[in-house]
Every structure is written in C-alpha cells, then in structure tokens.
Design a protein around this ligand. Structure first.
Ligand code: NAP
Length: 300
C-alpha cells in the first residue's frame, strides 16, 4: 500500500510526486501513455521558468527523472476505475493490475477535442490528425491545414511551415487566442495563410483526405490539403472517475485553489481541474499544492 497514488504522469502528476516524496510519503505514479503527458507533443517550450527553450520531450524526461530521484515509483498502466473500501483506495487498471493507496491525486490531464464532423474518426491517420509533432513529418512538401486559434494551433502551424509546402491556419474568429509572439512569427512565414472568420464544415476525399470545405463569412470555400491538424482545445480525462467528483459543464473537476475534491482523500491537479489558465506552470503549481494538501490530510 502506498501513501499516495498519483494518476497521470504529466507535469502536474510528476511535480506532485516530487513534493510528496520530499515530504516523506511513499508514492506511485500511474501513467497510461507517456511520462510528460501532453507536453511531449510540444516541439519547443519557451515559457517554463528557468528554461530559455527546451523540447517537450526533454522537459518530460527531466520531470520524471526528478520525481524518481526523490523516490517516486512509476508504472505505465491505464487506470480504468477507482474504488474505496474502509478508507483505502484501489486503482484498477486495464491490464488487470490493481494498486492501493491511502490518498489519490488525480492528474489525468486532457485529450484533444474533435471537430465532430462526419467521417472525422474514419479519416484519423488518413489525413486527419491531432498532433503535429507526432504526425507532421508525414506531410513533408505537402499542403496542410491547421484548425484552431490557441497556442497549440499556432505552434502546430509554425512547426508544419518548416516542412510543408503550404499551411492554412483556419480559425473561427478574426483574432487568435494564442500568444502574439507566435502570431508574429507566423506572419513572417511566406507559406502560411491565415483563413479567419472561418469554420471547417466538411472533410473531402474518400479513403484519404484531399481537402476541407470551409465556411467563411457566408461563403463556401474548398481548400486542397493532404492533412488537417485539429487543435481546438481539450477535454478532461476524467470519465473513469466521475462518481467521486463534482464536475463543470465541460467535464473539468471542481475544486478550490487547494485542489481538494468533494471526496475525502481525493485531490485533483493540472489540466483536468476547473481553472482559468491551463499552462505547464499552473499544472506544476497544482501538483505542488495537491501534494502538500494530500500530505496534510494523511498527517491529520
Ligand atoms: P485553447 O487555448 O483552448 O484554444 C482552443 C482554440 O480552438 C480556440 O482558439 C478556440 O476558439 C478554438 N475552438 C474551440 N472549439 C472549436 C470548434 N468547435 N471549432 C473551431 N474552433 C474551436 O487550446 P490549446 O491551444 O490546445 O491550448 C490549451 C492550453 O495549453 C492553453 O492554455 C495554451 O496556452 C496551453 N499551451 C501552451 C503551450 C506552450 O508552449 N506553453 C503550447 C500549447 C498549448 P475561440 O478562440 O473562438 O474560443
């Protein structure tokens, strides 16, 4: 039995592990895919304090190394449910494994939101993608579109413009939500075209994507592309834990700034928590707050 089970090995979960270990607790971090979480999709991170520029993968590796150095144990396991019996939590995993803990920190993160267009799921991997870092290389020398107006879309467009012949950045408003510095960098790229006040309304092509239909200020426009990268935000990965949480309309876990949930012994940190700013820094900050709250709760 561990003092604290941490579900999710992104910046929130790994920071929580570091803090909890330093407070003398035994900690197990359960991660379903890649330690570092969503940050491993970022080619370059330039706004994490202390790092002028670092790849998301490298930062993820460093967070993992730091947590393990402090004594955290880690497992690659997908947690499919949580049970609580006589004050002991059991995390059940899809492999059949089960792990016990006295407290749980949910730092499960979020996954990319889909556009909800007909045939979108069918075309995933055949032109439609959600991670330019992972799949961008397949489109070298080709025309692609990115849909979205946040930092993810801007970063994806920048990355793709380095290897693709043309990048259309399609956004439903006339101004981007992401950082001005990224917008300015994109304005310098000759192969980038902004398609503003525009929505993707259909995916064209049979087995492979060959273009997108866009509605722009009352007119339809067909844009020929081999790839569409959807970067329109995220949804929290909390489906398996709903019974233990209060959640907002978008599904994010309600908690105060203290990261406490409505359930005794259950804490929440990072992008799956309801909050105004979802950044690496706020995820790491949540990890520290949740870990210290969990330690206080265990020592009560
Ligand atoms: P985001 O900031 O929530 O932006 C989502 C974008 O998609 C918005 O522009 C939104 O439009 C648009 N959108 C939402 N639903 C849509 C729909 N159904 N159809 C068309 N467009 C839609 O998401 P994100 O870019 O993934 O970023 C998430 C968080 O991670 C942010 O806090 C961001 O700053 C952070 N991040 C940081 C880095 C880094 O390097 N530090 C990198 C990536 C992301 P509206 O503007 O109209 O709402």
């Amino acid at each position: 039995m561990y003092d604290i089970l941490i579900i999710g090995g992104g910046p929130a979960g790994l920071t929580a592990a570091t803090y909890a270990c330093r407070a003398g607790k035994s900690v197990l971090v359960l991660e379903k895919a890649a330690f570092g979480g969503q940050i491993t999709w970022s080619p370059r991170v330039e706004n994490f304090p202390g790092f002028l520029s670092v790849s998301g993968n490298e930062l993820g590796d460093k967070l993992l190394e730091q947590a393990m150095e402090q004594g955290a144990e880690v497992e690659l396991e997908e947690v499919t449910g949580l049970e609580k019996t006589n004050g002991t939590w059991t995390a059940r995993c899809d492999s059949g494994a089960a792990f016990e803990g006295r407290a749980v920190i949910l730092a499960a993160g979020a996954h990319p939101r889909m556009l909800g267009l007909p045939r979108e799921e069918e075309l995933v991997g055949s032109g439609v993608g959600y991670c330019a870092v992972c799949d961008g290389a397949f489109y070298k020398g080709k025309a692609v579109a990115v849909n979205g107006g946040g930092n993810s879309a801007l970063q994806d467009a920048l990355l793709l413009s380095e290897s693709c012949s043309k990048v259309y950045l399609i956004h439903r408003r006339d101004a981007f939500r992401g950082e001005q510095k990224l917008v300015e960098a994109l304005e310098q790229r000759e192969n980038v075209e902004f398609v503003l006040n525009a929505s993707v309304t259909a995916l064209l092509g049979e087995e492979e994507l060959r273009g997108v239909l866009v509605e722009q200020e009352g007119r339809s426009r067909e844009i020929d592309v081999d790839g569409l990268f959807v970067a329109i935000g995220h949804q929290p990965d909390l489906e398996a834990f709903g019974q233990w949480l209060d959640r907002d309309k978008a599904g994010y876990a309600d908690s105060g700034e203290d990261c406490l949930t409505v359930t005794e012994g259950l804490f929440v940190a990072g992008d799956c928590r309801k909050k105004a700013v979802r950044q690496l820094t706020t995820a790491a900050a949540d990890g520290a707050v949740a870990a210290l709250a969990a330690c206080r709760w265990l020592d009560r």
